[in-house]
Ligand binder design. Structure first.
Ligand SMILES: [Zn+2]
Length: 187
């Protein structure tokens, strides 16, 4: 199905983000071999971008998204050294980002401190989907959630993976739904 920018914007609007828009989430879309995320997995990014919205508020520092969705062709570890064959970017659960004036080793402890403790509100009761690539299934699980009868949206807590890249000055965050450090693949 052809990608609809308008439909993607409506989806992003439904998340009530304070600091990010549809264009930022589509960063890298036009890089060679890359493209927009398929509509079937748009919901996969919901917890990740809501956590980053919270981080932006918490730090008061600008956040620049560097890499979000990657097609299998664009992610190819043989063409791009350092990319994982089962990268969470292919499941649209991962974001690489840079925080203005804050090094990755200062960003990581904030996010890890929220894991399994901080509850985040999502106005969208997201339905995520596992993704399979030719190398296998991308590690995937759900976020623990709380829903209330008659209320749209849900509370979730964060389970995923965070990694600092000091040399390139960016941080990787994904919401694979597993405890941090359980799996070193898939950055
Ligand atoms: Zn990454």
């Amino acid at each position: 199905m052809a990608f609809s920018k308008t439909q993607f914007e409506t989806f992003v609007d439904s998340l009530g983000l304070n600091f990010f828009n549809a264009d930022e989430l589509l960063v890298g879309r036009y890089r060679p071999d890359n493209g927009p995320p398929p509509v079937t997995i748009w919901h996969n990014i919901v917890p990740t971008i809501l956590i980053l919205d919270h981080l932006r508020e918490h730090t008061g520092c600008g956040i620049k998204l560097i890499s979000v969705y990657r097609t299998e062709a664009y992610n190819d570890p043989e063409k791009n050294k350092g990319r994982a064959p089962l990268s969470q970017h292919q499941a649209f659960t991962a974001i690489d980002f840079r925080v203005t004036g804050m090094k990755p080793d200062k960003v990581v402890p904030i996010l890890k401190g929220w894991e399994n403790s901080e509850w985040f509100w999502s106005p969208l009761d997201f339905q995520r989907k596992a993704v399979k690539v030719s190398k296998g299934n991308i590690p995937f699980g759900e976020m623990p959630r709380k829903v209330s009868a008659g209320v749209l949206g849900c509370w979730f807590t964060f389970r995923g993976f965070v990694k600092p890249y000091m040399k390139q000055n960016f941080t990787h965050l994904d919401t694979r739904g597993m405890l941090s450090g359980e799996d070193d693949d898939g950055e």
